[in-house]
Write a protein that binds this ligand. Structure first.
Ligand code: NAI
Ligand code: MG
Length: 352
């Protein structure tokens, strides 16, 4: 099994190194994963003149999975796309056709004190937001600006093809089958033609999965229910723009950005695994970033792309044990807990 390791910028390489540690530890009694580092982001632009060198694309395409850190910094965010570190990641997602973006949101009992929401709402929350990642209003054409009619206007096009909806719907039903068998499709079919097609196609695909209970919600109602009764959700499947918004909202149900993993998969089930957070320039280089989001992303990789569910479980159990022992990085620090740095947290997980 071959893993491409793309640390990128800021805290990206720091947290990714701890995930690599966990992968080596969990494979300690068998064949080790082959891991190859590649360049992406500002780090790549500064040395090669391209935030996504072709060598990195080749490495990612040949690997069984990609472990990614973060790309971009506040300075490079203001440059044109070809010089922008973060743009390297967008291009890589497109090149690998990573249309299915999974963000699991799970209440961590060991971290209950860190949440800002009421405990009775959050206890037992265990859901996944599946966001379509390569189409929708972010990519639809025509798009642009106009001065027709004597005033400035701007326009984008929400567009989905049947096959784009179908493939993400299949991914949603399969994810539900592997969990509690419930899929909630989120759209705005009452107002948008694109979303009428969405609902129709998701319903059609659903006939192939009689064991999954399919429900539909309008996105505005979904936003409300997500906050009011998050426990009721299992898998939520939705389009690119609604998923962008709902997944950030859902993510905060459990507290810190430093705890949240994600996976982006293509049709072959190969994927890119990354923490939800960015390069955090404000804390980079100080050994204080929380590596758990990256470590939990590695666990998702073991389960979803490498076919090692028992290893995934061991990594997740190790994370819970370390939290139960009271170890905390600064972002999740609580009274009475033990403050540790990035590397010490990674060492503790690897040991467990
Ligand atoms: P960010 O996620 O990097 O940081 C937001 C806040 O959360 C900061 O205060 C940071 O210190 C904190 N934080 C993030 N991860 C943490 C961790 N593991 N442990 C402890 N604290 C953590 O988002 P921000 O500030 O909006 O973006 C910073 C840079 O990262 C920008 O250049 C942005 O473009 C890029 N970015 C890259 C992403 C990616 O590569 N997927 C995603 C989001 C942002
Ligand atoms: Mg977002």
């Amino acid at each position: 099994m071959h893993i491409a390791v793309l640390g990128g910028d800021g805290i990206g390489p720091e947290v990714t190194a701890e995930a690599v540690k966990a992968l080596r530890a969990v494979a300690a009694n068998g064949p080790q994963f082959e891991m190859t580092e590649g360049k992406i982001g500002d780090a790549a632009y500064d040395t090669t003149g391209d935030p996504l060198p072709e060598a990195t694309v080749v490495l990612a395409e040949r690997a069984d999975a990609v472990l990614f850190g973060a790309a971009g910094t506040y300075e490079s965010d203001l440059r044109p796309p070809e010089a922008r570190g973060g743009h390297g990641l967008l291009r890589l997602r497109k090149r690998l056709d990573l249309f299915a973006n999974f963000r699991p949101v799970r209440a961590i009992p060991e971290l209950a004190g860190a949440s800002t929401l009421r405990r009775e709402v959050l206890e037992g929350v265990d859901l996944v937001v599946l966001r379509e990642l390569t189409s929708d209003i972010y990519f639809g054409t025509p798009r642009g600006f106009s001065t027709a009619g004597g005033e400035r206007s701007a326009f984008n096009t929400m567009r989905y093809t049947e096959s784009e909806i179908r493939r993400v719907a299949h991914a949603g039903f399969k994810a539900a089958q592997a969990r509690r068998g419930k899929l909630c499709s989120v759209d705005k079919a009452n107002v948008l033609e694109t979303m009428q097609l969405w609902r129709t196609v998701v319903t059609e695909v659903g006939r192939e999965y009689p064991d999954v209970e399919l429900t539909h919600l309008y996105v505005d109602a979904a936003a409300m229910h997500l906050i009011r009764r998050p426990r009721d959700f299992d898998v939520i499947v939705t389009g690119n723009i609604f998923g962008d918004i709902l997944s950030d909202a859902a993510a905060m149900l459990t507290g810190s950005l430093g705890m949240l993993p994600s996976a982006s998969l293509n049709a072959e089930g190969r994927g890119l695994y990354e923490p939800v957070h960015g390069s955090a320039p404000d804390i980079a280089g100080r050994d204080i970033a929380n590596p758990l989001a990256s470590i939990l992303s590695a666990a998702m990789m073991l389960r979803l792309s490498l076919g090692k569910p028992e290893m995934a479980m061991r990594v997740e159990t190790a994370v819970r044990r370390v939290l139960a022992e009271g170890l905390r990085t600064a972002d999740i620090m609580e009274e009475g807990a033990t403050l540790v740095g990035t590397q010490a947290m990674g060492d503790a997980v690897a040991r467990e």
